[in-house]
Design a protein around this ligand. Structure first.
Ligand SMILES: CC(C)(COP(=O)(O)OP(=O)(O)OC[C@H]1O[C@@H](n2cnc3c(N)ncnc32)[C@H](O)[C@@H]1OP(=O)(O)O)[C@@H](O)C(=O)NCCC(=O)NCCS
Length: 164
């Protein structure tokens, strides 16, 4: 039987595993819902570069570890739950709720009253999950992303939750 997940800050040794969860999860959820050209640029190398930089330069990444495996991760930036990803084997197991609750705790601990996140329009599973966790829809938001040097605008919904 799997042990319960442990949450801890990401370390440099986690970068490959986190980038793998990020790459697989992104491609499970986003193709067909994002602007032309973005999906091709979301390569394994692009996630590796992003995660390497974020883990080296910030303390914004928290991982959930189960039996020595990285089951999922969050990245929190200011009042934003910027990334919430759980690997396929761990979806529907409660790991995602644990991670999102930790993101909310970190945002509250930094003094913010309301947390926000952007979810790509049409990402139904993520939207169902966030609604279950008490997040509410706050309207459309254009989310600006850069991928391999190119700028894109993804049509998203903004979700919010009071955390204090
Ligand atoms: C989004 C994510 C973190 C949620 O974690 P999870 O463990 O899958 O979430 P849960 O299973 O607890 O909740 C998802 C809900 O959506 C439902 N669901 C599953 N597939 C669905 C679908 N295709 N459409 C709509 N709802 C769906 C589930 O039944 C579940 O609801 P329930 O608990 O009432 O049955 C995870 O799915 C993931 O990492 N996805 C890929 C990456 C991603 O999209 N990240 C979010 C970016 S904003």
């Amino acid at each position: 039987m799997a042990t319960s997940p442990t949450l801890r800050p990401a370390r440099p040794a986690d970068v490959d595993a986190v980038a793998g969860v990020f790459h697989r999860g992104w491609h499970d959820a986003h193709p067909g819902l994002v602007p032309d050209g973005l999906t091709e640029r979301r390569t394994p190398e692009s996630f590796l570069e992003r995660v390497t930089r974020r883990v080296a330069e910030t303390e914004e990444t928290t991982v959930a570890e189960v039996d020595g495996r990285i089951a999922g991760f969050i990245m929190v930036h200011d009042d934003e739950a910027e990334q919430v990803y759980v690997d396929r084997d761990f979806r529907g197991t409660g790991v995602a709720a644990l991670l999102l609750t930790e993101a909310e705790r970190q945002i509250a601990a930094a003094g913010h009253e309301v947390a926000w996140l952007a979810v790509v329009r049409g990402n139904e599973r993520a939207q169902a999950f966030y609604a279950k966790q008490g997040w509410v829809d706050d309207g459309d938001v254009d989310y600006h992303v850069t991928a391999l040097g190119e700028q894109f605008v993804s049509p998203c919904r903004r979700l919010v939750k009071p955390v204090l």
